[in-house]
Structures are given as structure tokens and as C-alpha cells.
Design a protein around this ligand. Structure first.
Ligand code: NAP
Length: 315
């Protein structure tokens, strides 16, 4: 196959202007993989961190950024039983290896995708996999939260946070979130029980004895979060392994750890069920065309997004 496609590739690691529109060969699906015509690609902080620092270095040639995809199956590799050409799918293939979602076509293992939620258009579906699976895996696996327990979700209005608020609420977990005051009405509507304006209030004075904290801010938030956990509680750090507080008197009797989201077919189906039963909705901050990936990265890197930023690749 010698067909080509448009994609966004960083010329080198650095500022957003390193992102370049390139013409490159279409990928070919291997055994058990599907080829997806991308309609929309979600933007995540891991994308700008990779662009700036090179990320984990798990790149192909050419480097193509992006993980979140919603689109239509174009072709299937040998052995695929889940999908046929024409099926609408969404997913986060291959993470944390290169997926190459900022492109007109991607390939990935069939089971890294699931049928696109019928209630979501491609833009909203592309916004969901990475942030939604992160929230789901952190709440239900890393923190193993159950109905009646309490969680503190930092950056509750962000891509991960606003989905975590809703997933936790759907589990019957009491949700406290940190966000600037202007974002509180939205978060209440999404199911948050209590909100802390982190700009005016030190969260360690406003909440205590939670069963788990989801830390999507990092820095000193991790160590300070230990103070609000009940004995035996869990701190789930999502920013960097370096942000996990060192073992010491402050962490005695607590569970702490860094977690990385993984591709998860069953998890995608769970997110779809939550969407279908109206317990989960996806807030979109900004939609931009693929060519404006640099602008999308500037917005993401500002750290102020409410919900998700998405690149539209095809109508
Ligand atoms: N380990 C993993 O697998 C994994 C997966 C996904 C994401 N992550 C990481 O998790 C972090 C968050 O990701 P994301 O997609 O949710 O980011 P995001 O969408 O860019 O987060 C933006 C939100 O953060 C809020 N915020 C910024 N500083 C805050 C603070 N000090 N306290 C409370 N809220 C604050 C902002 O609200 P205001 O405007 O009100 O400040 C904004 O709504 C990133 O570092 C990302 O790399 C890790």
C-alpha cells in the first residue's frame, strides 16, 4: 500500500511551533489490528509533555503524537473478529507506545478499541478514552473505592477530573473536588458534593478523613494530600513517579503510588454504559482542526482547560 496521509509530527522536542503537518505513508494493520480513519483526536497533557521533553521515548519513525481516537474502521488485519470496515470505534491504542492519533489514519490492536458510544459524536468520543480510563482505573482499581466512601479529586474541572467526579458519583462515592470558584457550578451539576476553591482555601484545612485522593496536580499537592487521608487511605498519584511522597512518618499506614493508564477494552465499554445511562457526559473546552495542533497544545499546556481539547481530523 503506497497511499499517504496527513499527520502532525514534531520536528524536534520543544515549543508548540515544532509541530509540523507532514505527508507520510498510511499505516497498515498487522494481525489482530484494525486501521481506523480518524475523525477526531483528543488532546491530553501527555501530548505536550512528550512534545516538550520527549516523553518515555517509545516513538516510531516518523514520530506522530496523540493517543485518543474516534473514527471509522477502514480495514481489519488477519484474525480480527470484533470489528468490520464501516464500524464506528473509539479508543486509546497502544498507550504509552506511539499511537499516532494526530493523523488521518491509525492502526491499533482491535481490543484497544470499542464501539463508539452512540450518544456521542466523534469529537466527544475522542475526548473520552485516555482521561476516562485514567479516572476509571484510578478510582476502581488503584483506590478500589466502594459506595459510601469518600474521595478528594484534585483539578476536578480538568480532563481527568471532570470525568472522575462523575464516575465516582455513579459509584455512590462522596466527592470533594478542588477547582477555581468559577468552575464550581459545572462540577456541582456533574455530581460533586463539596468543592474547594484552591485559590482562596488551603484544601488541607477544608477536608479530612477521605478514603482516597486522586492527585492530578503534583508538586507539593501529594505530600499535603497525605494529611487529609484516613488511616489506611490511598493516594493515587497520576502526574509523575517523582511526585509520590517518600515513605516516612507522614505516610505511615497509608497506601501511595503512581499509576499509568492502560488500554482497556472492558473499561471503554464501562464508560460507554455510563454515557448511555446519562451518568457520564464529556465537557469540551475547545475544538480545533488538525492543522492547529500547536494552538491546541498551547491551550492544554496553560493548565486551565475545563474538560477536553479535541482536534477535528475529518467531518
Ligand atoms: N498517569 C496517567 O496515566 C495520567 C493519565 C492522564 C493524565 N495524567 C496527568 O494528570 C494531570 C491532569 O491531566 P488532565 O488531562 O486532567 O489535565 P487538564 O485537563 O489540563 O487540567 C486542567 C485543569 O486543572 C485545573 N488546575 C490547575 N491547577 C490546579 C490546582 N492547583 N488545583 C486544582 N485544580 C487545578 C484547572 O482548573 P483551574 O482553571 O480552576 O485552575 C483546569 O481545569 C496531567 O499532569 C496529566 O499528565 C496522568
Amino acid at each position: 500500500m503506497n497511499e499517504t496521509m496527513r499527520a502532525i509530527s514534531p520536528r524536534t522536542w520543544g515549543d508548540p511551533d515544532v509541530l509540523t503537518l507532514i505527508e507520510t505513508p498510511r499505516p497498515v494493520p498487522g494481525p489482530t489490528e484494525i486501521l481506523v480513519r480518524v475523525h477526531a483526536a483528543g488532546v491530553n497533557p501527555t501530548d505536550w509533555k512528550s512534545r516538550r521533553y520527549g516523553g518515555l521515548g517509545l516513538w516510531n519513525d516518523p514520530v506522530i503524537l496523540g493517543y485518543d481516537v474516534s473514527g471509522v474502521v477502514e480495514a481489519v488485519g488477519v484474525g480480527v473478529t470484533l470489528f468490520r470496515p464501516g464500524d464506528e470505534v473509539f479508543g486509546m491504542p497502544r498507550f504509552p507506545h506511539q499511537a499516532g492519533a494526530y493523523a488521518e489514519f491509525v492502526t491499533g490492536p482491535a481490543r484497544h478499541f470499542a464501539p463508539k458510544p452512540a450518544a456521542l459524536d466523534h469529537v466527544r468520543a475522542a475526548a473520552l478514552p485516555l482521561a476516562g480510563l485514567t479516572a476509571l482505573q484510578a478510582l476502581t482499581e488503584a483506590a478500589a473505592l466502594r459506595a459510601g466512601q469518600r474521595v478528594l479529586i484534585h483539578a476536578a474541572a480538568g480532563g481527568v477530573g471532570h470525568l472522575a467526579v462523575q464516575i465516582a458519583a455513579s459509584l455512590g462515592v462522596h466527592v470533594t473536588g478542588t477547582a477555581s470558584a468559577a468552575k464550581h457550578p459545572l462540577l456541582r451539576a456533574l455530581g460533586a458534593d463539596e468543592l474547594i476553591d484552591y485559590r482562596t482555601t488551603d484544601f488541607t484545612t477544608a477536608v479530612r478523613d477521605v478514603d482516597a485522593v486522586l492527585d492530578t496536580v503534583g508538586g507539593d499537592y501529594a505530600t499535603r494530600s497525605l494529611r487529609v487521608l484516613r488511616p489506611g487511605g490511598t493516594l493515587v498519584t497520576l502526574t509523575s513517579p517523582d511526585d509520590v511522597p517518600p515513605a516516612g512518618p507522614g505516610s505511615a499506614g497509608l497506601r501511595t503510588g503512581f499509576t499509568i493508564v492502560e488500554p482497556d477494552h472492558a473499561g471503554l465499554r464501562t464508560l460507554t454504559e455510563l454515557v448511555a445511562s446519562r451518568r457520564l457526559r464529556v465537557e469540551i473546552d475547545t475544538v480545533l482542526p488538525l492543522e492547529q495542533a500547536a494552538k491546541a497544545h498551547e491551550l492544554s499546556e496553560s493548565g486551565r482547560a475545563t474538560g477536553k481539547i479535541v482536534l477535528r481530523v475529518a467531518e
